[in-house]
Write a protein that binds this ligand. Structure first.
Ligand code: FNR
Length: 378
């Protein structure tokens, strides 16, 4: 398959996936206003065209949290990826390692830490959700440590799930939704076979121990509802800071005030993110929120960003607007569904080629030195 854009992968994913899974990935909260803004506002950012700057060498390598990587990109944590391709998280982690960028494993991944970390050639990042059972969170942190995870991403923009209409239509969410329904019934039998989930009772590896202790897979949504903790506050995060001595990154920050709180907590990084428009519909696009957050805390911790990134030029826009690294969400998921590990590698190659071209044509030769000087504000 020749793919020349994220949209090519998206179309291929739409053709392959059962509709409810495609909608789960592609959709967002409410009227999907924030999702559209993420993409449109990002594309609105103008980059300065510069000439005669000797761009015979362009370097995309950077260092995030003490580790050098080939480009400033990270694969964002995405739930249920093992439903989009066979052992999907393993395939994506291998693609990321092959292209020298970090892969971040979601709490609600199909493949557990103990499967993904050993299968990847490079250390993975692990994403943690706020779960009421602090003992279980401690276990997850210990498991991540035991598997050599090199960073912990703590996601804070989901105290309650966003209202996602496409999922309500498809049965992915709503009062009668149970994971069993979409894994075992709605997941078309041939697709379940294709991705290797046919007949597996427990599909979400990281949380399988507590699912088993509860009433099993069929009560996963109930478990989530009961266990995602809406009462969480900044001071509740202090023990996480103590339990995890590696780099701690707070994901889901849009407001400079919240970013300052992350500094006070002692976080090493923040991800400026609105969860790809999947949580608060009506929230500001990430690209518009990013400069103020970077101004407020950029000298005290590492500012990363995501939401709406579909091309290497978008990566460049995020960097020029204050991010030191950029997370890809749907882009890698479409590529995984479209072509497995190879698809994700192709996507990463494509975005890196676009980033290099964009840098050369704007006179930037070192990705670590990109700043607001690259923005054309006319
Ligand atoms: C996500 N995202 C997400 N974030 C997280 O911290 N834990 C998770 O389990 C998930 N799950 C998830 C599933 C799917 C299908 C999507 C599309 C997204 C959010 C993700 O990490 C990232 O913030 C957004 O995807 C970024 O926006 P774009 O790049 O998709 O526009």
């Amino acid at each position: 398959m020749i793919a020349t854009s994220t949209e090519d992968f998206r179309r291929r994913a739409r053709a392959r996936l059962p509709r409810f899974l495609f909608d789960y990935i592609d959709g967002a909260a409410g009227d999907e206003t924030t999702l559209r803004r993420n993409v449109a506002d990002l594309q609105d950012v103008a980059i300065r065209q510069r000439v005669l700057k000797d761009v015979s060498r362009v370097d995309t390598a950077t260092t995030l949290f003490g580790r050098r990587q080939g480009s400033p990109v990270v694969l964002a944590p995405v739930g249920l990826a093992g439903m989009y391709a066979r052992r999907g998280e393993v395939q994506a982690a291998r693609a990321a390692a092959a292209r020298d960028v970090p892969f971040c494993l979601s709490t609600v991944a199909v493949c557990p830490l103990e499967e993904v970390a050993p299968a990847s050639r490079a250390p993975i990042w692990f994403q943690l959700y706020v779960i009421r059972d602090r003992g279980f969170m401690r276990d997850l942190i210990a498991r991540a440590k035991a598997q050599g995870a090199s960073a912990m991403v703590f996601t804070v923009d989901m105290p309650v799930p966003g209202s996602r209409r496409r999922d309500a239509h498809s049965g992915m969410s709503g009062p009668n939704a149970v994971l069993r329904r979409y894994v075992q019934a709605a997941l078309h039998p041939h697709w379940a076979w294709h991705v290797g989930l046919h007949g597996r009772p427990h599909t979400l590896g990281n949380v399988a121990p507590v699912l088993e202790r509860a009433s099993g897979l069929e009560d996963f949504m109930g478990w989530l509802g009961k266990n995602f903790d809406p009462a969480i506050q900044w001071r509740d995060l202090e023990w996480i800071r103590e339990a995890w001595d590696g780099p701690l990154i707070i994901k889901g920050i849009l407001d400079p005030e919240d970013a300052r709180d992350a500094v006070r907590l002692g976080a090493d990084g923040v991800v400026v993110s609105n969860h790809g428009g999947r949580q608060l519909d009506g929230a500001l696009s990430t690209i518009r929120a990013l400069p103020a957050v970077a101004d407020a805390v950029g000298d005290r911790l590492t500012v990363l960003a995501d939401s709406g990134v579909r091309s290497g030029f978008d990566v460049l826009r995020m960097l020029a607007s204050g991010a030191k690294g950029v997370l890809l969400g749907r882009a890698w998921v479409y590529a995984l569904a479209a072509g497995g590990q190879r698809g994700v590698e192709q996507l990463l190659d494509l975005l890196n080629a676009e980033l290099r071209t964009g840098m050369a044509l704007s006179g930037a030769t070192d990705v670590t030195r990109i700043d607001a000087d690259l923005l054309d504000r006319r």
